[in-house]
Design a binder for this molecule. Sequence first.
Ligand SMILES: Cc1cc2nc3c(=O)[nH]c(=O)nc-3n(C[C@H](O)[C@H](O)[C@H](O)COP(=O)(O)OP(=O)(O)OC[C@H]3O[C@@H](n4cnc5c(N)ncnc54)[C@H](O)[C@@H]3O)c2cc1C
Length: 623
Amino acid sequence: MKLTQKQAPHGCTSADRHKLSRRSFLKGGALMLGASTLTIGAPQLIGCSTEPNENGPAPLNEVGASAVEATATESALPDGYQVVNADVLIIGGGNLGVNIALSALSEGREVTMLDKGVWRHSGVSGMSWDYFAGRYFTPAISYLGIENGKALTNALSFTKERDRYVYQVNHGQTLPDRDEKGQYLPFINENRTQGQFCRRHMDNLRTANGFGVDEQFMVTSLLIQDGKCLGAMGIHLPTGAFRVYRANATAIATGGCCWFYGWMTVGSYSINNPDNTADAEMAAFRQGLAIANSEFACYDLMSINPPGLACAFGGGIGADAQEYQFVFDNAGERLFSDDDENVSDRNYFNQFLAKAIAIDGRGTESNGVFLNVGDHGLRYGNARNVDLLERFGVGVRTDQIQIAPEMFEHGGSPIVDENMMTEVEGLFCGRNFPGGADVAGNYYYGLYTGHKIAEYAASQESKADGPSVNWEDVNVERARLEAIRTHRADDGVRPLQVRQMIQEAGFTGMGVYRTTELMEKSLAELRRIREDELPRMTVADSSLVFNTEWKHAIENYNLLDLAEMSVQASLNREETRGSYMRAEFPEKDNVNWNCVQVCRLQDDQMVFEKVSFEPLDASVLEQ
Ligand SMILES: Cc1cc2nc3c(=O)[nH]c(=O)nc-3n(C[C@H](O)[C@H](O)[C@H](O)COP(=O)(O)OP(=O)(O)OC[C@H]3O[C@@H](n4cnc5c(N)ncnc54)[C@H](O)[C@@H]3O)c2cc1C
């Protein structure tokens, strides 16, 4: 591991972009498989007819995506898979992807969306909730002080051009807050509004002209050639069909990945979405792109006892900084005081919790605290769930409920410039958050990213049949996936077993309380898994149709890379900032660490760099 320091006031430069080459892709891919001792034989697939072709992939939506055969003029023309041309390609159909799509469509682009799950029910946006919570107009908008201020300023300026209130009400905000006379409370004056924001936007999109979704499609790699992104590729999960999407412009919107941490106190899962396994992000990493903010995550208190309540607060109960008054220690004392003016700050809240539990001895035996709702109500869905659980005989208001901090959002996405473009030309990413996204952030970054991607796609339009592609890279990826599916080891270990090992190690190193010892232990275990377990990982099911073991095995490579990167980045950051406490360095260190940390693959090593950004132009908030 190397750590260097670099100044980049606006994020990456175009010079950086051109440094990324196809070579780094091949190298990254080789590292991944080298580590697992699987071998790849790219050219052997050229010309052979594969099962996906026989089964035939599911038909694509007619609007926005046109299925075409690659022309004979392309080099090393492969067969056995389908090539699809798109204008704007969005990977991930959650809240962020939807906002990018709406914005790009409104500027006359055609949008093809790829989603790993069943769209509208997938992702964190699909599974968890429908609230619109804002850090729009609060000083906390740049709460760690280390976001790309120029990108944020641009995004806010762009979004402010719209009439926000009308936009919210007409385009999704079905249940805005009302005052006692029944009048709508304008969003602009409210920090928080409740409504079917995401779902309504998805409904709008579904019927929009120029929009198409290919769902249950898992992107496994990006098509990056000569420093430019030409699209993405991956597997249609129901059939196993391999497809390549060529696009004028591509955006990553695949959500935060908490699945590498995934050890929710009583079970091996986290409250983020199990499909968010950083596939696109780690594909970018393997191809030489810098991944930012992997040390940061978001945590909330999730219930652990009675065990039946152990589920996300969207479906169970939980508490965060806004329910601080219901949180009690092991002596029955309230943990947070009403006089504490910082308590509603989520980072402060989590740091305080970490200290109370791990240092001050005020936690429960399970490293949690107690939630006592009493006769009060929790907010939103949590309040609804209290009623629901009581109907099932669970005494939420009378029993002591143990709750412990669990990860629900995570950073770890490609670094972007002020136009939301990554280091690779034509590849955008709407996430620019240290510690994970929220819905308001996805709204303003999403709309702005859609605007910038539309602008870029327009500049690329001249090539009617999509960009020209060197198919060799496609065959390398195809061979990698095939090798994972067909590899057998005598002492084989199932992909889910490997996943649990990654999750336990991730949990050890990436909690709200991080010590050098815990992180070193976590890293040692992750490296052992890479060396000992990945080579043994065997997909017992060899079919192509809905092969979930194959999917898990592919994902494990990404989870392992992200876990190792995240723990190492946390170890490097010798201060306390964000939603966790670093035991040996309990204070914020703005002299040395008021910067973004990025990780990239160089000479088969994870290399870390510090990147400083211009701060947010706060005058944008006052206009
Ligand atoms: C329990 C919980 C409560 C929350 N509460 C709040 C709150 O009160 N207020 C707030 O503002 N925020 C809250 N958040 C955060 C907020 O919900 C998320 O930040 C936001 O919904 C994430 O949207 P997204 O589009 O970035 O990710 P997602 O909604 O997760 O979308 C990512 C999409 O990418 C797809 N995908 C993943 N990998 C691939 C691949 N390889 N190929 C193709 N597609 C892929 C997934 O299927 C998914 O549909 C909460 C989050 C959780 C988990």
